[in-house]
Design a protein. Structure first.
Length: 389
């Protein structure tokens, strides 16, 4: 039986959301696989143990029955530290022993150090298959500024925006003037964050200054963009790799005014229970009530956006609809609940989606293993030590 290590938690403000997503994946994974939960604490430690399969462990915050594990470069095993004592009065020593073979890793880490390419980079050094976007596509999808620049190159429609760095706000008047040239109402966002954390909608200069301070407390890069007045939010998910892509049904969250805040996404709309559906229980129209033309536009832009960042696995693309005008808002390369509910309405179960994601992970890994990664040369033999190359 293949061991699929599901990693969740992490050093991120989206830590708790990630725990829910990770537990959902563990709970719904096909029984032909052995789901191995790996919890990353807020301090960055990697923990394993059977108690992590019980959601009460996280509700109670009791990790006494867990143990720390480690990845090693170019090694398909998780290791744990073992304390040994030599003889009756011998000194204690610690060694690393193999805990479990890793056949594939399923990242369910939202936000920084998980969704932004950092964790993917570490997995590349381990030499094991992993689910979802690679280093580059994860990083591009996470950084709203780079994402927008890539989308612009593909002709994807977006609202006007500009960005700046935290230190740039020392010249406050220049930033405010740029924002007011776009015109209120505006959104102020940290460039690298999700789950609506740190985002503000502003209608005047006083609100703008305060919103910038809030966003700057979460990220060094801040983005300001024109808000669409009275928009409809329409979301679509894409599943696949390269040109073999499937777009989900469209959803329209309802009951929101400016944007869905964290509590509205994950707390107010959640009914609890064993499935921990989170975003799946948020009030919405699914499928969204749009014309066939609008639906086709959105599904086409979703594919273009996914391919533009070289996406793999599943991503949710969020759109703003202003009358008949479609704008792409952002792409989420590791959406909450892995957006299973968007595919479920089309007859694809969460378990089937997880199977597909694992199959894609193996496909990319096998493709990449064919690449030449080393080249033998006589450069070092022919180079005099200390000489300039």
């Amino acid at each position: 039986m293949e061991n699929i290590v599901v990693v969740f938690g992490g050093r991120s403000v989206e830590h708790e959301v990630s725990v829910i997503t990770g537990m959902q994946v563990v709970e719904n994974m096909d029984k032909k696989y052995n789901a191995v939960p790996l919890y990353v604490t807020k301090g960055g430690k990697f923990l394993c143990g059977d108690s992590l399969k019980n959601f009460k462990t996280f509700k109670q915050g009791d990790f006494s029955e867990t143990f720390e594990v480690f990845f090693k470069p170019q090694d398909q095993y998780l290791y744990r530290e073992v304390t040994q004592k030599s003889g009756l009065f011998g000194k204690e020593s610690t060694t690393l022993e193999k805990y479990i073979k890793v056949d594939c890793v399923f990242p369910a880490l939202h936000g920084t150090y998980g969704e932004d390419g950092c964790f993917q980079g570490m997995l590349e050094t381990t030499g094991v298959p992993y689910v979802g976007c690679g280093v580059m596509s994860a990083a591009v999808g996470m950084d709203k500024v780079i994402m927008k620049k890539v989308f612009e190159s593909e002709g994807i429609p977006m609202t006007p925006y500009f960005y700046f760095y935290r230190e740039d706000f020392e010249n406050q008047d220049e930033i405010i003037n740029k924002a007011e040239e776009i015109g209120y109402n505006l959104f102020v966002k940290p460039a690298n964050l999700g789950s609506s954390i740190g985002i503000s909608k502003v209608k005047n200069r006083e609100e703008l200054i305060e919103a910038i301070k809030v966003a700057a407390s979460y990220d060094r890069k801040i983005i300001i963009e024109k808000a669409v007045d009275n928009p409809r939010e329409i979301n679509a998910a894409v599943l696949g790799y390269q040109n073999d892509l499937q777009v989900s049904e469209l959803e329209e969250p309802i009951g929101w005014k400016d944007f869905l805040k964290f509590d509205e996404k994950y707390i107010s709309g959640s009914k609890g229970g064993s499935k921990m559906d989170g975003m799946a229980n948020q009030s919405k129209n699914l499928p969204a009530n749009v014309t066939e033309d609008i639906k086709n536009q959105i599904q086409n832009y979703a594919k273009v956006a996914f391919r533009a960042i070289d996406g793999m696995g599943v991503a949710r693309i969020d759109f703003l609809l202003d009358g008949e005008k479609v704008y792409v808002n952002e792409i989420n390369t590791l959406p909450g609940s892995i957006s299973f509910y968007l595919f479920e309405v089309s007859g694809i179960s969460f378990t089937e989606e997880i199977n597909k994601l694992i199959e894609l992970a193996y496909k990319r890994f096998n493709q990449k293993s064919k690449n030449i990664t080393s080249y033998d040369s006589d450069l070092l033999k022919k180079t005099t030590y200390g000489a300039k190359l």
